[in-house]
Design a protein around this ligand. Sequence first.
Ligand code: SAM
Length: 346
Amino acid sequence: MATVLDSIQRATTSQPDRLVDGHGRAITDLRISVTDRCNYKCVYCRTGNEGAVYAELPIGDYLRMARVFVSLGIEKVRLTGGEPLLRRGLMDLIRELSRLRTLDGQPLDLALTTNGHLLEEMAQGLRDAGLGRITVSMDAVEAEKFARITRVPGSYERVLAGIRAAKAAGLAPVKVNCVLLRGFNEDQIAAFAEFSRSEGVIVRFIEFMPLEEGRLWTRDSVVSLREIVEALGGFRPLVRMAPNAASETAVRYTFDDGVGEIGIIAPVTQAFCGQCSRVRLTSDGKIRTCLFSQSDHDLYGVMERGGSDDDLVEFIRRTIEKKEARHHIGEPGFLKPSRSMVHIGG
Ligand code: SAM
């Protein structure tokens, strides 16, 4: 009896603590960039001339911030960068994060996004440290094309080995994210469908957003969800799948024989801002409430000035309250965000 009463009390008393933004959206998903260094120079992401721009914090500082966020209702944490596998202390961070519990007493949904270059050696260690699942970025399934995109020779073989090692280590489901650009890699759509089927991974196509270091993006460069569906349908009949959750960003498909899974994430042609549940923390400890924000909110500054956890809570609440209603990609007067993707954390 006591346990039932306890859990009712916990549910009712913890409810007001959960983060909700000024538009009524529950914020449950935190992305932490642990470095803005990267060992790839993907041509649509980086100019190739710039290196890291922002500082990295000690691992314990990310952990403290994450703890405070989790006390406010965060349930999913994704580690990213830059390239997170380059970050010293990553395993310790994962180990500690895996010990945290949500307001409902559950383990966090703990994930990581990587370019996969170092994954073959690290996959088992990541799993043992407590990582739940992994997303690997891969923009072509042809070795030469892939190396031209990453500007790193031999990268395709390494990433493929990384994906296989992640599967073997039980980092499931392994998702493979592919950003499509017109005239560049949209010829890879059917090959990725085959890849999903043969490798047993979920492939997700992502519409290109104006988040690059240089100035590549045009409306025309975006390969839209509609075009991707058409190309996939030409490969094999597609079957739409139900969303996993209300805040799901991907439109999901399988094929007529049920083999393979494809997600399409269409922030440009079918924006999902109304269901956004995300907040981001940059490697230097700034909160970003939207990928397209024009400014950051200096959470680390509060810590540096000796702020207590209550001060952090107060700062986070005030910041989340002002989260943008939506992005304005492609609209007249659109302003590029104050940081590019590699320096935010995708
Ligand atoms: N290094 C890790 C990786 O490669 O996955 C994590 C950081 S990377 C910036 C995160 C993701 O952002 C990658 O999947 C990358 O393809 C994607 N990305 C980068 N620039 C993008 C853009 N302009 N539009 C959409 N996605 C982008």
